[in-house]
Structures are given as C-alpha cells and as structure tokens.
Design a protein around this ligand. Structure first.
Ligand code: NDP
Ligand code: 2IT
Length: 451
C-alpha cells in the first residue's frame, strides 16, 4: 500500500490547493465533487489504489496561447487563449468556448472538470474539455469579432478534431462566433468535419441545439417536481441572465405554465411582475443577440417593469429559481433569502452559479436543488447528437431530437435519484450527479491501467 491510499478528504483538498495556487474556482469545483466521492469510494480499494480522483482533477493538458488581432483602428491587440483538455476516458474532449474578460486558467479548469462529469451523465461518449479567451466581445464590431475568432482558431485548430476535441459555444460565443471559427478551421485544414457543435443548420448544425440547455434545465426541474407530486403550472419563477440559456429556460417555463418574473445581466435585473410572455422573451432574445443591447433597456419597451441596477434577482419571492448567468452568482445569503421566501426548487442553467455555502444552505433546507452538471447537460447532450448526425452525414427531425432531449434529461434525473437517494426519500442531487458521473469515468479509467 502506498502512503497516498490513506489520504483523507481534507488531505486531498489541501493537495489540490497546494498544486493550484490562486485557482479558487477550480479548487471550489473539485472540493464539491470530492466531498461526495470520498464517502462513495470508502472501502472500494481499486479507486484508491489507481488514484482515480487525483487523476481526474489533473487535466490531461492545458494549452495556452497568444491571440493577436487588429481592431478597426488598426491597433494591434493581444489576448490570451486556452484549451483545457481535462479527460477523454469515455470519448473525445467536448465542451464550450467562453469569451469574457473574466476568463483565466482557473475558470477554464473548473469548467473542464465539471464538463467531464456532466458529459458522463448524458450517457453519450464524450470526454470533458473547455476553452476560451479573456477577449471581451462587448462593444466590438462584427469585423473585429471575426478577426479575433480567425486568429483564435489559427492556433486552436492543431489541438482539436472531430475525434480529438470538439468545442462549442458558451458565454460570449454563439452562432456568429462558431461560424467564424468553423470557417477558419475549414480554410486551414481543407476539411469539412464535425469539429465544432452549435453550428447553423446550413452547414451541419442540429435542430434544437440553441434551445437545448435552457429547455433541458426546465425539463430537469419538472422531473424533480413531478417526483414529489408537484409541477410547474402556476409557479412563479425567478431567472438570472438574459443570454442563450436564460431566454430559452424562460421560454420553456412559460410554455409549461410557470410565470417568469425576472431576467438579468451583469448590470442588474429586470422585474416584470406581470410576467414575461413569449413576445417579451422574443424581444429580449433579439435585443441581446441581434442588437447586442442591455437588459436595462427592457423597461424602455415595457414600462410596467422595473430595473434594479447592480442587483441580482434572488430577493424576488418565487417558487422556483434558475440561475442561468455565470459562476458564483448566487451566494450563501442569497440562498437563505430564497429559502426564507418559500422557494422549493432550484435548477442551475449556468455552471457552478451557487457557491459552496449556498449549496450547503439548499441541502440543509432539503429543497429540490439540481447542480449545473445535471440540470444544464441538455446543451452538450444535443451537441453529442450533432456530432452523431455529422458523422453519419444526416440530420434528425425536430420532433425526434426533442424526444431524445427529454429522454436524456429524464435518464440523468433517474441516475441522480439512484445515487443521491437518502433518508426520508430526500434526494441529494449534488451527490447523485457527482457519484454517477464519477463512476462512469472512473470505471473506464480502471480499464486503461496507468495512463
Ligand atoms: P450568453 O453569453 O448567451 O449569456 C450570458 C449571460 O450571463 C448574459 O446575460 C450575461 O450578461 C450574463 N453574465 C455573464 N457574465 C456575468 C457576470 N460576471 N455577472 C453577471 N452576469 C453575467 O451565455 P450562455 O447563456 O450560453 O451561458 C450562461 C451560463 O450557462 C454559463 O454559466 C455557461 O457556462 C452555462 N452553460 C451554457 C451552455 C450553452 O449551451 N450555451 C450549456 C451549459 C451551460 P452580460 O451581457 O452583461 O455579460
Ligand atoms: O457548459 C456546457 O455544457 C456548454 N457550454 C456546452 C458544451 C457543448 O459542447 O455543447
């Protein structure tokens, strides 16, 4: 037996902190998973002997590179780009690309780590990866974004491939950016392959990929409610964000009879007490994507609504809450406010939006709480279906994909219940997602030996 076999949870976390100085987001994500995995592997000798969690928490590789581009004033701009390839035990690396000034190695390592478990939960053959840049697309012209994307891909192309690593979108990367990056990949390699997902329909994209993350999160919430004999009809929902995930989550909530009363962005939140209907959601979608506008401008269009600058929406009383903007946007105090106001269900559209204290508050209150790696897996799941369609050079119909998405979300829910079921019928969805995701990746790694 090696000394390492006896490392306990605290010792493991200490090691992660020591090896990753200053990477608080990464340490946070690993801590959350380790808290559930350690009790699970207690007595399971092979997971200890083969150091499985230690290996999953060390990315296969982190590629960092310079991205130089020229702005519209012909000034030279220098950004940093990354691709974190965390683990490919069960399939090619797969995960989005984020363009946001807050992007750094810690953020991308946490996202690639989370993605590894999330992708395993989908049941599809995808490993975990994530990439991005500290480039800020806000206020940039289409041409500037194009030049940046081309320069980014001029380095990234050598690290990716349809059977190697398949990026997609995330914050700041949508259809426009995927188009520019796919065009540049094709130009450099002279290959038309499914190397990116989230493509437009004309060049190999899949129906419902755009909607899948937000819709999937609402299906997951509906599954949790259904298990307790409840539903979304007539429920008041608070949603944060106003991008791809938030607007589609809001849309599906409305379709299933809930009343959505908030949306937000990094400048504050809009409270529309009358509720967002489809026309209002369509206005927000167009405003944020085509006009690249701010959510504060909503109140100019819909006068009865209020904008709360610099605030998050968690103070608005609700039955269900869906954080769909970014990491650590819902803190311990926010979680306490939600619980005190009677919120009984939280489904994370974003990745790690709730901090460790907030997670603890939700668990203590025993409310229905679905972590991002389970609730927002619908997006990457349909990305996986886009990969299948590209490989087979065919495309499924909308109804077929819709049915597949609903089935995948139901299956993820069941996997979480299987591993997270506790006393008195309470399901710890965090534990369920962590263990189910870990087990699949771990068992594949055991088959490979020491690699
Ligand atoms: P978008 O770029 O479409 O939208 C992001 C939204 O979040 C915007 O409203 C943005 O506001 C807000 N936001 C971003 N950063 C911050 C911040 N620091 N503080 C407050 N608000 C912020 O991204 P997506 O909707 O695609 O992504 C949202 C979340 O969902 C992310 O956590 C992402 O990782 C996750 N996710 C996305 C998937 C996808 O398929 N797209 C799949 C699974 C998870 P502003 O305009 O002011 O920046
Ligand atoms: O966080 C995520 O799951 C995504 N941004 C989507 C990844 C993907 O490959 O579709």
């Amino acid at each position: 037996m090696s000394a390492q076999e006896h490392v306990d949870l605290e010792g493991f976390i200490e090691g992660v902190k020591r090896r990753n100085p200053g990477q608080s987001e990464f340490v946070q994500a690993v801590t959350e998973v380790a808290q559930d995995v350690f009790p699970f592997i207690d007595g399971k000798e092979e997971y200890h002997r083969w150091q499985i969690l230690r290996r999953i928490a060390e990315p296969d590789r982190v590629v960092s590179f310079r991205v130089v581009w020229q702005d519209d004033n012909n000034e030279i701009r220098v950004q940093r780009g990354w691709r974190v390839q965390n683990n490919n035990a069960i399939g090619p690396y797969k995960g989005g690309i984020r363009f946001h000034p807050s992007v750094n190695e810690s953020v991308l390592k946490f996202l690639a780590f989370e993605q590894t478990f999330k992708n395993a939960l989908t049941g599809l053959p995808m490993g975990g990866g994530k990439g991005g840049s500290n480039f800020n697309p806000k206020g940039k012209s289409d041409h500037e974004v194009m030049r940046f994307c081309q320069s980014f891909m001029t380095e990234l192309y050598r690290h990716i491939g349809a059977d190697v690593d398949v990026p997609a979108g995330d914050i700041g990367v949508g259809g426009r950016e995927i188009g520019y990056m796919f065009g540049q990949y094709k130009r450099i390699t002279n290959q038309f392959t499914g190397v990116l997902t989230g493509k437009a329909l004309e060049y190999g994209g899949s129906l419902i990929r755009t909607e899948a993350t937000g819709y999937g999160a609402v299906y997951f919430l509906a599954n949790m409610l259904q298990r307790t004999g409840s539903g979304l009809e007539g429920r008041t929902a608070v949603v944060s964000g106003s991008g791809n995930v938030a607007t589609h989550a809001a849309e599906k909530l409305v379709q299933l009879g809930a009343k959505v009363v908030t949306l937000s962005d990094s400048e504050g939140f809009v409270h529309d007490a009358e509720g967002f209907d489809q026309a209002k959601i369509d206005w927000v979608k167009a405003h944020k994507t085509r006009r690249r506008g701010r959510i504060s401008e909503y109140v100019g269009e819909y006068k009865q609504a209020e904008f709360h600058a610099g605030k998050t929406p968690w103070c608005v009383p609700c039955d269900v809450a869906l954080p769909c903007a970014t990491q650590n946007e819902l803190l311990g105090a926010d979680a306490r406010t939600l619980v005190a106001n009677g919120c009984t269900g939280v489904a994370e559209g974003a990745n790690m939006p709730t901090d460790l204290e907030g997670v603890h508050v939700f668990k203590e209150a025993r409310i229905l709480y679905a972590p991002g790696k389970a609730a927002n897996a619908g997006g990457v799941a349909v990305s996986g279906l886009e990969m299948s369609q590209n490989s087979a050079r065919m495309s499924w119909k909308e109804a077929e994909l819709q049915a597949m998405l609903e089935t995948i979300m139901r299956d993820i829910h069941e996997r979480c219940v299987e591993y997270g079921n506790g006393d008195g019928g309470y399901v710890d969805y965090v534990k369920g997602a962590n263990i189910a995701g870990f087990k699949k990746v771990a068992d594949a790694m055991l088959a490979f030996g020491v690699v």
